[in-house]
Design a protein around this ligand. Structure first.
Ligand code: ATP
Length: 583
């Protein structure tokens, strides 16, 4: 478990005025659903877009009837009605297209937001003790960047797939009663497109995966080298690094060109077969109208109206297939993004909480009582905490003492509800720590780890953490309380970098203490080795600040520091080894 993640977990949860329990639950429900599940609203959008494409059949029929009437010597009155219908259907189709596209986009964005919220909520519920937690960089990349691929997949690919599976069929149903041969030509040409597209698609998928891997590799390389810029300069490896970067960039360029080549090839294949199908239909219709071909119809030769109708429908027959091919690459990306989101959202080892329960505020004396506590990291693992009992009264300061690996951090995490114990009961202020009580109980807890996370923002924001009611005055008082007011003068107030850049280890720890101090509700302080890795003088300063802060509150410290342990009221041994200073 990392102290910083635990800190984030507790502090973020304490920020929430109303815990988003229902969001978390629905999130988890979506999480376990299939990666390519239903998307409400998309069916209607796809149906509207299909209807718009089918409108062309009616328009083609009207156009063919109009031209047929002219060829038979009809007047303006014979043409006016079909022309009006063509115009009306055109307007209707434009409306359907606009409405369908809009609905599809909205449905896709809504679905993406739901799945993102699901994944984020499930991530927030994952225990810091879960060693299978995804790396934060990966989670951020999936949630922020990769997830965007869901929108084109749902908004473009799904409607295109529905169109491709319905519109050509309906057109065939309209053409075959007029000419079975024209229908046959279209039927023979149409499958060639998906077959060749699939063949090319396999190669394209492999090429784009290689390209993605190369892009990922170059990103990681760049990030790594940027972090180690000083080392690179110190080792005089600037030229070698630049050469390697150039080599990687060249390789990426070649792979990108390979993907582009395949993309061009696939569109050429598609256009070729579509053109072939239309041309073959046109040749047949032409010869049939000339009377040179007398087969292919159910009765007699084709009339001009019939021939024109078939000719107008032929390109539209291939249109949905072309559209589908154009958005084919959205499918792989979209499905990969949905799977990645579903994986993030799938339930693993979780913290307590996230259930629909009445929010409550814990009151009364702060105390911690543990009885018969058992915890193991997995069903097959040995118990880390085995039938453990502990009772800590109001205002008591306790050191958890034990060899490395004896379970001190685990025990603190269990007290904060950051992992689910197997059996036993933990009572905070007499209230059992459960899913429905943990949110209220956590509000009275504060956590400090060995390396608290300090983010790139002003000191004020780093201390207030967005919590309601913590203003500049409270922050200033907290800074003075931990003796940091001399470090953060007004000129340095915004000088904190990511990961505490610009702060010493001791200053970062005192900043974490100031976070606690700023929130007076916290009357149970859980500290995980707060003086680890500090020199004696800094450790003493942190200890003094911690003890001053813990005055009148419950303080539980996991520590290897005999000086800190000696200043506690009591030492609880997780393994029988007394600290020298306390013995
Ligand atoms: N996420 C995890 N998955 C599996 N085992 C774990 C995990 N975290 C800790 N452990 C194991 O649980 C045991 C207790 O670990 P814990 O971190 O609580 O010990 P600790 O007493 O705090 O150690 P230290 O003093 O070194 O910080 C160790 O044997 C450790 O290997």
């Amino acid at each position: 478990m990392t102290a910083s993640s635990a800190t984030d977990g507790i502090l973020e949860r304490r920020n929430a005025a109303n815990p988003p329990s229902s969001v978390s639950l629905s999130a988890r429900r979506t999480a376990t659903g299939p990666a390519t599940g239903k998307c409400p609203g998309l069916g209607l959008a796809s149906a509207l877009l299909c209807l718009s494409s089918l409108g062309w059949i009616a328009q083609a029929a009207m156009l063919a009837m109009g031209v047929g009437a002219i060829s038979r010597g009809g007047g303006v009155s014979d043409v006016a009605a079909p022309a009006a219908v063509v115009a009306a259907i055109g307007v209707l189709r434009a409306g359907l297209d606009a409405a369908g596209g809009r609905l599809a986009f909205r449905a896709a964005r809504r679905e993406l937001s739901t799945r993102r919220a699901a994944a984020a909520a499930a991530l927030a519920l994952r225990s810091p003790l879960d060693s299978g937690r995804p790396a934060s960089g990966l989670a951020a990349s999936v949630l922020g960047e990769q997830a965007e691929a869901v929108v084109p997949y749902l908004a473009r690919f799904r409607p295109a797939r529905m169109k491709a599976s319905t519109v050509p069929l309906v057109m065939l149903v309209c053409i075959v009663p007029i000419s079975w041969l024209a229908g046959l030509i279209l039927v023979l040409c149409a499958p060639l497109i998906p077959v060749f597209m699939a063949l090319i698609g396999w190669r394209a998928k492999a090429a784009s995966e290689e390209q993605l891997a190369e892009t990922g590799g170059i990103n990681a390389f760049l990030l790594d080298r940027l972090r180690g810029l000083a080392t690179i300069r110190a080792l005089d490896a600037v030229d070698a690094t630049a050469l390697r970067l150039r080599g990687d960039a060249d390789s990426l360029r070649l792979r990108t060109m390979a993907v582009l080549k395949i993309a061009f090839l696939s569109s050429a294949v598609l256009e070729f077969f579509a053109a072939l199908g239309v041309a073959a239909t046109a040749v047949y219709v032409g010869f049939s109208l000339l009377g040179s071909v007398e087969i292919g119809t159910w009765e007699g030769n084709l009339t001009l109206t019939q021939g024109l109708f078939i000719l107008l429908l032929a390109p539209a027959f291939f249109e949905p297939l072309r559209e589908l091919s154009a958005v084919w690459h959205d499918r792989a990306n979209g499905e990969a993004a949905l799977s990645a989101l579903a994986e993030l959202a799938s339930s693993h080892q979780t913290i307590l909480g996230g259930v629909d329960s009445q929010p409550f505020t814990a009151a009364g004396h702060a105390s911690v009582e543990i009885s018969g506590l058992v915890f193991r990291h997995g069903p097959e693992r040995e118990a880390v905490i085995d039938h453990f009992d502990l009772s800590i009264g109001p205002g008591e300061h306790v050191a958890l003492w034990g060899a490395s690996g004896s379970g001190k951090t685990t025990l603190l995490s269990l007290m904060a509800g950051l992992a689910r114990h197997d059996t036993g009961v933990i009572r905070i202020g007499g209230i059992p720590l459960r899913d429905d009580t943990v949110d209220g109980l956590r509000r009275r807890m504060a956590w400090i780890g060995q390396s608290p996370h300090v983010f790139a923002a002003s000191v004020t924001r780093n201390i207030a953490l967005g919590r309601v009611g913590i203003d500049g005055e409270a922050v200033a008082a907290a800074l003075a309380g931990v003796d940091l007011d001399r470090v953060f003068t007004p000129e340095r107030a915004s000088a904190v970098g990511e990961g505490g850049l610009g702060l010493s280890g001791g200053e970062a720890l005192r900043l974490a203490l100031a976070r606690m101090m700023a929130d007076e509700r916290a009357d149970i302080i859980l500290a995980d080795e707060p003086t680890a890795h500090l020199d004696a003088q800094t450790a003493a300063a942190v200890t003094d600040a911690l003890l001053a802060l813990a005055e009148g509150r419950v303080l539980i410290v996991a520590t290897h520091d005999p000086v800190l342990a000696a200043r506690m009221h009591r030492i609880v041994r997780l393994e029988g080894q007394a600290p020298r200073a306390a013995a």
